[in-house]
Write a protein that binds this ligand. Structure first.
Ligand SMILES: [Zn+2]
Length: 86
């Protein structure tokens, strides 16, 4: 019983790691100058302006990838979808 639950837990972690790796792969596949432009071009609903995203993580998204992080100016949470062709 415990072994089965532990097994499912490991599987869940494994799936998450795979999804993260997939998203990272898509992100790294983009040219560096494009990536820099995307990082510096995130709309912040608090600043009502285009800002730089900091401390972000890359999440897999049906449209491509999602950058989730903080606004460099006000430190509130911001996110941006990046459409990527697979
Ligand atoms: Zn902001």
């Amino acid at each position: 019983m415990i072994g089965r639950i532990a097994g499912q837990f490991v599987l869940l972690i494994f799936r998450r790691v795979v999804v993260k790796m997939k998203a990272n792969k898509k992100w790294v596949a983009l040219p560096k100058d494009i990536r820099n432009k995307l990082i510096q071009n995130v709309f912040c609903p608090h600043c009502l302006d285009t800002v730089t995203i900091v401390e972000f993580v890359i999440v897999d998204d049906p449209a491509g990838i999602l950058l989730e992080g903080k606004c460099k100016n006000c430190r509130n949470e911001v996110a941006r979808v990046v459409e990527v062709d697979e």
